[in-house]
Design a protein around this ligand. Structure first.
Ligand code: ARG
Length: 683
């Protein structure tokens, strides 16, 4: 279709639309029962006209669609392949994702009820705590009814919901469904299905839900050499490690990168200071264990002493041209720093590969050259800058080369994103830093896309987080106003955790070895959990008192809950082999409402993990863990697992319930593992 034709067609469409609109008042009045038009001879004429125009509009819209598809060179969209549905309970594996399967079922149902709608929304949610609303809901009817209205098809959400319900294929997951309220479809799960899946978890273990394996680069922790590793870096370390654990659990190829700030002008002053203070640093390792103090001293000299400043600058130049002495001094400083960081990583059980900014030196030269040649760089007061969008100049440009010819954080991140895409073949590029760097990463992404480094669906995912606050709601500082050192923070955690355990008399029952394990699990677990259980975008208040509370959504409460569940099995003296044999022999049967409720919560493990792996909001995994433990408590209050007589002799064993305990413990342990929290069998 030529441009002129297209314009004409659009003009006609607009006219038809206007005509329809101008009639809408009359039609609305009639709908409302305003009969003042009745008998007016113009009315019939108008209504007929309205019908004709609507018809004409639909034809025109369709014509535009067909023409557009043809003229843009793309063939007509292939109809979407419908998902294969589960038809037989026996074929269902322990890692089935109920949410996904329900989405598939309703995709098929909606496609068959409304074949003319292109990509209709399939919205499935968990129904929440009220059993009146079923276990899951399909909420697509409202949106679909809107879509239909836009096509001038008169309907309402309840009618749509009924149509969908009538077209829903039978699924072994679903016991029954009903239309409720404004047009919700309540879905009730089939008990036999849930029993089957849970007993196969016991038999075959918990397996990750199947997903497409991807190469994922995750950049986290990333402190700066010689500068303090502050609580912000602790957040990045904890959140990044947990995200990596989740993505690894789902069988992705995950590269954990520590993008250390190990290159830049500050190294000039550090080297100059080192040369003065420890001239024989090459043969004797200087005692600069306190690098932060060392950094402060050199910074002071740099600011006050012109001579020193000059020498510091010349050191940078020499370092950048790799003069051996300067390079050796730089390596030494980095090494001291790295050893400090490593202590934190070891204590928190975190694996990460150091690959700092210095790694990109040559790659920076290359990327700058390419960006220059391709005409992406603009001069701005001696600097070379790059805009994400050169037309609108939205946001802030990157500074690719400084006026003195040096490179910046922006330059290294451009070289870095290129390396991750082209050399690492990264499909997901994740960066975990404080929310303050959001604009930086948005600009890096825009520039990388503009330069053709990022293409298609590939994108940069910035996982931002808020600031850590003290209990006074101000920036987290020590009493004397200094930044809190991570090592000291972890030490305080250990002291406080031990106090808590002693307060509860645990030192009386645990062996010294067990007590130490519990102390470490509680200390590091509570710090990690307090961070992970809050929505990361918010600021959060660091409070040992709160995180060591054994009530509420805390690591301490949850670790206790888990050991209690474990002790149920211990007290009943039933081995897991016996349980397994029981499950194989007679399967699992829910007889009590509380068992059934717990079973359904346990079944949500795969969908919870999948959701977190996509949106990278870990607090939903913590909420899930807390929900498991709360639902378990409710179950355990109502259901005996073993019955004893007055002499404490076991007289009856409820195997099904012990099986539920076992699966609850298994799933909780998996969740803890993904949060990077160690569990203990006794606490
Ligand atoms: N070193 C930076 C900081 O302390 C974080 C680096 C994040 N990663 C990156 N590729 N820019 O804020």
């Amino acid at each position: 279709m030529s441009d002129a034709d297209e314009n004409k067609l659009e003009e006609m469409t607009t006219k038809a639309e206007q005509a329809v609109k101008s009639l809408s008042y009359e039609v609305e009045m009639l709908d409302k029962g305003d009969l003042s038009f009745v008998g007016d001879p113009r009315l019939d004429k108008l209504l007929t006209e309205n019908e004709k125009l609507k018809h004409r509009l639909a034809i025109l819209e369709n014509a535009i669609k067909v023409e557009k598809a043809g003229s843009s060179g793309t063939a007509k969209k292939e109809p979407r392949k419908r998902p294969k549905l589960v038809t037989d309970i026996k074929s269902v594996e322990s890692n089935v994702c109920v949410m996904n399967e329900l989405e598939n079922v309703f995709e098929v149902a909606i496609a068959s009820a409304y074949p003319d709608l292109e990509d209709p929304p399939v919205a499935i949610t968990i129904s929440g705590n009220n059993p009146k609303f079923g276990d899951y809901q399909c909420n697509s009817a409202m949106a679909i009814s809107q879509l239909l209205k836009a096509k001038n098809i008169k309907t309402n959400p309840r009618e749509v919901a009924n149509n969908i319900l009538n077209k829903t294929p039978t699924s072994p997951l679903i016991e029954r469904m009903e239309v409720a309220g404004a047009g919700f479809i309540n879905i009730y799960l089939n008990k036999t299905f849930v029993e089957h899946v849970l007993s196969s978890i016991l038999r075959f273990g918990i397996k990750p839900p199947p997903t497409k394996r991807e190469k994922i680069v995750i950049d986290f922790s990333s402190p700066n050499i010689a500068k303090e590793m502050h609580v912000g870096h602790l957040r990045s370390t904890i959140i990044g490690d947990s995200i990596a654990r989740i993505l690894e659990y789902l069988n992705n190829d995950v590269l954990r990168i520590n993008h250390l700030g190990d290159w830049g002008t500050q190294f000039g002053m550090l080297i100059a200071h080192l040369q003065d203070k420890f001239p024989d640093y090459k043969t004797h390792s200087p005692p600069i264990s306190d690098l932060q103090a060392f950094y402060k001293e050199s910074k002071k000299r740099f600011d006050e002493d012109e001579e020193f400043k000059k020498r510091a600058y010349s050191c940078v130049v020499k370092l950048q041209s790799h003069e051996p002495d300067y390079y050796a001094a730089w390596q030494l400083i980095c090494e001291v720093s790295r050893q400090e960081f490593q202590k934190v990583y070891d204590r928190l059980d975190i694996k990460i590969i150091d690959r700092g900014e210095s790694f990109y030196q040559d790659r920076m030269d290359l990327v700058v050259k390419e960006l220059k040649e391709q005409g992406f760089l603009e001069e701005d007061e001696g600097r070379l800058i790059m805009w994400g969008n050169p037309e609108t100049h939205d946001g802030i440009p990157l500074t690719i080369v400084k006026s003195d010819g040096g490179y910046t954080y922006d330059t290294s991140d451009m070289a870095c994103i290129k390396q991750r895409v082209q050399e690492e073949k990264g499909e997901r590029l994740i960066y975990v830093t404080d929310a303050g760097q959001h604009t930086h990463f948005v600009t890096i992404e825009a520039c990388a896309r503009r330069a053709g480094i990022l293409k298609g669906a590939k994108k940069l995912e910035h996982v931002g987080f808020g600031v850590v606050l003290g209990e006074d709601k101000k920036k987290f500082k020590t009493r004397s106003g200094d930044t809190v050192r991570l090592v000291e923070l972890l030490n305080e955690g250990l002291v406080r955790a031990l106090e808590k355990l002693i307060e509860k008399g645990r030192d009386q029952v645990l062996s010294p070895e067990e007590l130490k394990q519990a102390q470490e699990a509680v200390a590091y677990g509570c710090i990690k959990y307090a961070d992970l259980s809050h929505n990361r975008v918010n600021d959060y208040v660091f409070s040992f008192d709160k995180m060591l509370d054994d009530r509420g959504n805390t690591a301490v409460y949850l670790l206790y809950a888990l050991t209690r569940i474990r002790s149920i099995a211990r007290n009943s003296q039933i081995s897991s082999d016996t349980l397994l044999a029981e499950a194989q022999k007679s399967g699992l049967k829910f007889t009590h409402e509380a068992e059934w409720k717990l079973g359904k919560v346990l079944l949500r493990f795969p969908e919870t993990i999948l959701k977190v792996s996509k949106d990278l909001y870990i607090h939903s995994l913590c909420e899930y863990l807390y929900e498991i433990s709360a639902t378990f408590t409710e179950f355990y209050d109502k259901c005996y697992c073993i019955e004893k007589d007055k002499d404490s002799k076991i007289v009856k064993i409820f195997y099904d319930r012990l099986i539920l305990c076992e699966i609850t413990a298994l799933i909780m342990e998996k969740c803890f593992e993904m949060l990077g929290i160690k569990t203990v069998s006794k606490m």
